[in-house]
Design a protein around this ligand. Sequence first.
Ligand code: C2E
Ligand code: CA
Ligand code: CA
Ligand code: CA
Length: 281
Amino acid sequence: AKQDGRNCFGYFSPDMNNNMLARITLEQSLRSAVLQHEFCLHYQPIVDTSSGEGIALEALLRWRHPQRGLVPPDEFIPIAEETGLIEPIGEWVIQQALRDLRQWHNQGIMINMAINVSGRQLAHGDPSHFACMLNGLLQKYDVAPQYIHIEITESMLMADTELSLAALTAIRHLGVEIYLDDFGTGYSSLSYLKQFPISVIKIDKSFVDNMLEDRADANLIKAIITMGQSLDMRLVAEGVESEPQRSFLQGLGCDFVQGYLVAKPMPVSELEPLLQRIVRV
Ligand code: C2E
Ligand code: CA
Ligand code: CA
Ligand code: CA
């Protein structure tokens, strides 16, 4: 038994070692990315399901890694959250999104901006900390709060109800709307959702993917739309890639769609011609 003792401290296989090393390396290069300004934002439009009119742009974070090229957020946001680096990164995202929005508003393109925020950002400091920071940046870039939407995930709401409620209420009081992202993946109930100041529900792509072939997914989407409508919330379907999907969602009364059918997320330089086309000036 004594010989087995060392196992209590964890036995490091070469594989685990490599894994840890990879994480530490990632964390270090993420730290330097913050200092070296290696991040950029791509934008994807959210449009009216029937008219195709552009309603909002969702800001999606990208990391321009000097060796690895453009790194998608799923590969570094979890580490950024664990290490707390999501706070400076998240603040940069808001600044950059507001800077870009200011430019479009100057050109008379009065679109809204949806910004993703992770739970860790809301949980930092007291419940009004995030709202105060956001308010300061809205003033700095002279953007009216009704143009900004904060996207939070359903799982985040469920992680800490009391704190989420306080933080979201403070944001809503600024005049900023809250979007509930990835809806359908977290098993929250109608009565549960009702207590949060949510304006818009985003139906997760995983339901949209199979809704034309899979009756269960179609029924789920119908139920989500009916539920959203009964709570006076509007609905966005994400990951809409085909015209049949769009028209099916239109038939169900889904207000907005987002996905490759309309446009992939793209850098500012590619976005501007599209904006001229889909946004009424
Ligand atoms: P999300 O908020 O659910 O964003 C939607 C994701 O679906 C984006 O991936 C987008 O590129 C992708 N997408 C949109 N339409 C389609 C489609 O028609 N087909 C397919 N196959 N994919 C589509 P992306 O940009 O890789 O972002 C992944 C996730 O990273 C986001 O999921 C969000 O949770 C997170 N994220 C992105 N930017 C930020 C940020 O600034 N802060 C935080 N905290 N999280 C972010
Ligand atoms: Ca989102
Ligand atoms: Ca989403
Ligand atoms: Ca998603």
